[in-house]
Design a protein around this ligand. Structure first.
Ligand code: AKB
Length: 359
């Protein structure tokens, strides 16, 4: 099949681009229909960025589509979809968000590996090919996760305190293994890709990565993660639904608000390369226990019905994640400074927006 034919697996939502014309430059977002994609597209739109091309396996809602230059429906595992993209656009920057999250991945680990690793490999290769063809480095921004860490016992978790980037890298989930390996692949493509080839071109990719904690959005609900108990608790309270939290009251992992998560991706992307002393950075904002979260939710929604019914398997995953992250490198190198601590996340962001959403 020629690269100019539209494969059955990919459809254009707005077929406005003439493939014969000069390719326009584009910023590609994969997994654009997910929670981070939703926040990132709107953050880029608010900043006046007009060349976003969004890719997802499902059609995006109208509002997101209007905020993009082009939206494509297709699978990152399908290389013909990516070839088609290359025929249409000159891609200068990639935000590769598509992934199967930690809970979902445990039900179909091999499929998760195909998407999380195979899809990332396809995107890294696409970035390298792009850089070779237009002669400029492609920026590759990759959200990794707290799931790359693995602490064997609650005692080890308590003793570890705020975990730094290079410690405790023993993930217990397929998703964590995939994210950790993709970080390594990103480093390989950026520094050593085809290192023995005669026609090797150096410096094709500028790979930058944040390790996200759990994220809480007012506008979307997560699907398939294990940190989902926090956003689910808040949304259920606002919607007037009872909520049985699937982890113990004393469970503690770091979180951040969605606006801080998307701002962090953009701040890392914008940082001068000379300031960056690593490719992979921890970031986090606050680390409440599930019980403390419940108390805070009750302050804002006094009628909320929140109980604790731990699911031992999911509990085991969250117990293996650190209670806090050391994000001092991100603060020092590229000025990471989340605007929402726990109180501000609730008062200034979550509660007003979620109330409006469910009222
Ligand atoms: C998950 O729960 O899988 C994600 C994550 C912590 O990366 N939210």
């Amino acid at each position: 099949m020629s690269t100019l034919e539209t494969p059955a697996e990919m459809t254009l939502s707005r077929p406005t681009i003439d493939p014969g014309s000069r390719r326009s430059t584009a910023m590609l977002i994969t997994g654009a229909g997910g929670e981070v994609g939703h926040g990132l597209i709107s953050a880029l739109h608010n900043r006046g960025v007009q060349n976003v091309v969004a890719l997802d396996i499902r059609e995006l809602p109208d509002l997101q589509r209007e905020q993009c230059m082009e939206t494509l429906v297709g699978d990152i595992c399908d290389r013909s979809v990516l070839e088609r993209l290359l025929a249409m656009f000159e891609i200068t920057e990639i935000y590769h968000l598509a992934a199967l999250l930690s809970t979902r991945a445990e039900f179909t680990p091999e499929t998760a590996h195909d998407v999380n690793v195979g899809g990332t490999l396809n995107l890294l290769r696409l970035a390298a090919e792009q850089a070779r063809s237009h002669g400029q480095r492609v920026k590759f921004i990759f959200p990794s996760s707290i799931a790359v860490y693995g602490l064997d016992t609650i005692e080890a978790k308590n003793d570890a305190g705020a975990v730094a980037e290079d410690a405790h890298l023993r993930p217990r989930t397929m998703y964590g293994c995939n994210k950790l390996y993709c970080e390594v692949l990103g480093r390989y493509y950026a520094s050593y890709y085809r290192q023995l080839a005669q026609d090797r071109v150096h410096d094709l990719l500028d790979f930058r990565c944040v390790r996200y904690p759990g994220l809480i959005s007012a506008d979307t609900l997560p699907a398939g993660g294990t940190s989902d108990f926090a956003p689910e608790m808040v949304h259920a309270a606002a919607a007037g639904n009872p909520y049985a939290c699937f982890v113990r009251e004393d469970t503690r992992i770091p979180f951040m608000s969605m606006p801080d998560a998307t701002d962090a991706l953009l701040a890392l992307a914008a940082a001068p390369q000379s300031n960056l002393c690593r490719r992979v950075y921890n970031i986090a904002s606050f680390s409440p226990s599930a019980g403390e979260l419940r108390e805070l939710v009750l302050q804002h929604f006094p009628d909320a019905q929140i109980t604790f019914e731990p699911d031992l398997a999911r509990q085991g995953i969250v117990d293996s994640w650190p209670a806090a992250l050391d994000d001092s490198a991100a603060r020092k190198d590229w000025g990471f400074a989340p605007r929402h601590d726990l109180g501000a996340a609730f008062e200034e962001y979550l509660v007003p927006r979620i109330r409006a959403r469910y009222s």
